[in-house]
Design a protein around this ligand. Structure first.
Ligand SMILES: Cc1cc2nc3c(=O)[nH]c(=O)nc-3n(C[C@H](O)[C@H](O)[C@H](O)COP(=O)(O)OP(=O)(O)OC[C@H]3O[C@@H](n4cnc5c(N)ncnc54)[C@H](O)[C@@H]3O)c2cc1C
Length: 409
């Protein structure tokens, strides 16, 4: 079921109107100043979002959200993706949205009142620290960070990087090994670590494609030097870290893919507008060139097909759960990331030198969304996962996993 209802169209129109009035006019500033300087202005806009009753569309109404289903939120996410600050303004930005969903589903009462409720209200931010510089992030069960039990505490020691939005976050959810002798998928747990805990060392924000980053718009390198937190900070059972991460990633990939399709829509609009108005000579618009016409047609077809695929997977997650839909989740992850790269590349090409500037959001997205083919599992991992299951179903021996979780050749 991928037809949009009238109610969904009306909701999308409300979000679009909010972006047009409040977010698009702020983009020049967003593209030219460090994020941390814009935080007070953005806080005012977030207050307006609450007044307009558009806050946290993914959260239940009882928690101050709109109570949308996954497919309904997916549609909204595509609208919000059209602005680089859309999701942030509505408090449904990664990594907070994933942490909210995790704590909502698996947090204890104490964790919910201390961390989840302020996060849902937008009073604090959070981050998710899993990837380590010394270990291949594409093998999620292989890591070095340890959480050693000492009485009623864990003592956490490790090195993480690409912890998005760590600067200014109130807490991190840290993936750490709690039982090195357990089976690979049961070794690690997810533990809440306040960012002001003794031993949390903020090493730096890692520059990405030439941008240093700040506050929410940043990716940090962190060290955990004998950080002591109570065992009650663990989310779920000991050893459930990997399973919880998998659960988080199903809906998370729908959020990302629809946000990417929102970026595509905006880039496409800009490309079409430029092709229709930029004259190569008097009375000869760029859009008369056959090559440009083909790009426009290819983009439209790729975006529409991708949208249908993502919405179909969103409906299947709702009906059958993330595990049963894992092939679909993998397919949208690499497929839509590819569509995004092609649409942005063509849009920049049509803009010529203007496409390289920050006078449009195209260059910003081109820099930051190159990562779409890497984060949440690189393309190759998802392609192999899908192909291995198809080949296994055809009777081929696809090999066993080694002790550390990697595939044997
Ligand atoms: C913008 C951005 C934001 C991020 N945010 C976070 C965050 O908030 N928290 C967090 O914990 N992490 C985050 N990450 C890290 C991200 O999850 C990892 O980069 C990712 O899991 C890949 O791990 P890696 O970088 O160690 O690459 P590696 O595992 O070293 O892989 C390198 C390359 O090897 C290839 N490759 C890997 N496995 C296979 C395979 N099986 N078959 C074929 N080829 C393969 C792929 O091309 C891959 O890109 C972020 C990354 C980026 C770029």
């Amino acid at each position: 079921m991928t037809e949009r209802s009238e109610a969904q169209d009306a909701l999308n129109a409300q979000f679009r109107a909010f972006l047009e009035t409040h977010a698009f006019p702020m983009e020049r500033e967003f593209l030219s100043r460090p994020f941390r300087e814009l935080v007070p202005q953005l806080a005012e806009l977030r207050a307006k979002v609450k007044e307009a009753k558009l806050w946290a569309p993914h959260l239940p109404k009882a928690l101050g959200g709109l109570g949308l289903s996954l497919p309904e939120f997916a549609e909204v996410s595509a609208v919000l993706g059209e602005s680089p600050i859309g999701h942030y303004l509505l408090n449904c930005n990664a990594p907070d949205i994933g942490n909210q969903e995790l704590l909502h589903a698996h947090g204890t009462e104490a964790q919910r009142s201390q961390w989840f409720i302020p996060l849902a209200r937008g009073e604090i931010r959070s981050c998710f620290a899993m990837t380590e510089p010394e270990f291949a992030g594409s093998n999620p069960v292989w890591m070095d960070t340890q959480a050693v039990r000492d009485g009623d505490d864990y003592v956490i020691t490790g090195h993480k990087w690409f912890t998005s939005s760590a600067e200014g976050a109130a807490f991190a959810i840290v993936m750490a090994v709690t039982d090195p002798m357990a089976a690979p998928h049961k070794r690690a747990s997810q533990i809440i670590v306040p960012m002001d805990a003794k031993g949390v060392v903020f090493v730096r924000n890692i520059p990405v494609m030439g941008e240093g980053g700040s506050d929410y718009a940043s990716h940090a390198e962190l060290r955990f030097e004998s950080v002591r937190v109570p065992v009650t900070n663990r989310i779920g059972d000991e050893g459930a870290g990997f399973a919880l991460a998998q659960e988080r990633l199903g809906p998370g990939r729908i959020h990302h893919c629809m946000r990417w399709l929102g970026i595509c829509e905006r880039a496409f609009r800009l490309m079409v507008q430029r092709a229709a108005t930029r004259e190569l000579s008097p009375g000869e618009p760029l859009g008369r060139q056959q090559g440009v016409q083909h790009w426009i047609a290819e983009c439209r077809a790729e975006m529409d097909a991708a949208r249908l695929l993502v919405l179909d997977v969103a409906h299947r997650i709702e009906r059958e759960g993330s595990h049963a839909t894992r092939d679909g989740i993998s397919m949208i992850k690499f497929h839509v990331a590819g569509v995004l790269q092609r649409v942005l590349d063509r849009a920049i090409q049509v803009h010529g030198a203007l496409g390289m500037t920050d006078d449009t959001p195209l260059a910003y997205w081109y820099r930051h969304e190159r990562g779409a083919r890497i984060y949440d599992g690189p393309d190759e991992v998802h392609k192999s996962a899908v192909a291995r299951r198809i080949l296994a179903a055809a009777g081929m021996d696809v090999g066993r996993k080694t002790e550390d979780g990697r595939k044997r050749r």
